[in-house]
Design a protein around this ligand. Structure first.
Ligand code: GLU
Length: 301
């Protein structure tokens, strides 16, 4: 069993983050990710940063980024530094992609979804061997995935293994519609912000292998990982903006905050109405070992 309770993060100052996409208001599922990452950072006297992941305009809801920040404030969260907006980082992403392409560490791909399905759902790398496709410089951009990370140690969930075909895939780092892929942006930004541990929901646990592959491919130091249980409305269905999760109540944050604490196995903070004080108390009481080691927890919708 991984020594999860004694992982040594003490050698460098802890830097954590919460990285919401502005595709809607904060709901109970996102509150759990915000709270879990906050408690973990503050209980180690660490920094807690916010990054707004606004690089997917078609999925963005106007005003959602500001609304998320106001909601976090209403819940008593205080962040360090100014929030980082990914939409202001596209030059860095493109420069990185250009450098990878120049070194043959990435390549263009023009395969359709249908073609990839016919390959069994995992891309087989064929465009890399087609000079005609590369000469066109059009289509999606894929990483030459030499690292193929298949496993890692999670500070809550223990040892994680993913499917070897998934781990070996040359995955997309820039989409054919010109948008930067989440995997690329998240790695470059976590490295840029000096994040030492990524705390987020278990829905991204497989993505962490891809991100670890990118850290290795790019020669960057990877953070540690801690994936929290997901709030699900039924088995396999997480509470999400897609299934119309309700926005959390900003007029009565105490109730949701305590519900999120209990969800994370922590004692609720009673007899306290000031949310900032509640959070401060929750930081003092925080116990990593009390968080359930379950990828999903069912809640009442
Ligand atoms: N922006 C992602 C989301 O809102 C989270 C990304 C991450 O924490 O790495 O689901």
């Amino acid at each position: 069993m991984l020594n999860r309770l004694h992982c040594d993060l003490s050698r460098q100052p802890y830097v954590g983050r919460f990285a919401p996409s502005p595709s809607g208001a904060l709901h109970f599922g996102s509150l759990i990710a915000a709270l879990g990452s906050y408690l973990r950072a503050r209980s180690q006297q660490g920094k807690w940063l916010i990054r707004i992941e606004d690089i997917d305009p078609p999925r963005e809801v106007k005003g959602a980024a500001d609304d998320i920040l106001r909601t976090l404030e209403a819940y008593g969260f205080e962040w360090d530094d100014a929030p980082l907006y990914q939409s202001l980082r596209t030059e860095a992403y493109q420069a990185h992609i250009d450098a990878l392409l120049a070194q043959d560490k990435a390549y263009f791909c023009q395969c359709s979804r249908k073609q990839i399905q016919a390959m069994g759902g995992v891309y087989d790398g064929r465009c890399h061997r087609l000079p005609a496709v590369q000469a066109l410089k059009m289509g999606a951009v894929r990483i030459v995935n030499t690292a193929r990370v298949q496993e890692f140690d999670d500070n809550l969930m223990g040892h994680i293994n993913v499917d070897s075909h998934f781990a070996a895939e040359d995955f997309i780092i820039k989409r054919s519609d010109g948008l930067y892929a989440y995997q690329l942006a998240v790695v470059l930004d976590d490295a840029y912000q000096g994040i030492t541990e990524v705390v987020r929901g278990c829905d991204l646990i497989e993505a962490s292998c891809r991100q670890l592959s990118l850290y290795q491919n790019f020669g960057l130091t990877a953070p540690q990982w801690l994936h929290l249980p997901l709030a699900c409305i039924s088995k396999g269905f997480k509470l999400s903006k897609q299934n119309h999760a309700q926005a959390i109540d900003t007029r009565n944050p105490q109730t949701s905050l305590n519900a999120a604490l209990v969800f994370l196995g922590q004692a609720p903070v009673e007899n306290q109405t000031d949310v900032a004080q509640m959070l401060a108390q929750a930081v003092v009481q925080f116990q990593l070992s009390a968080i359930p080691q379950q990828s999903e927890i069912l809640i009442e919708p």
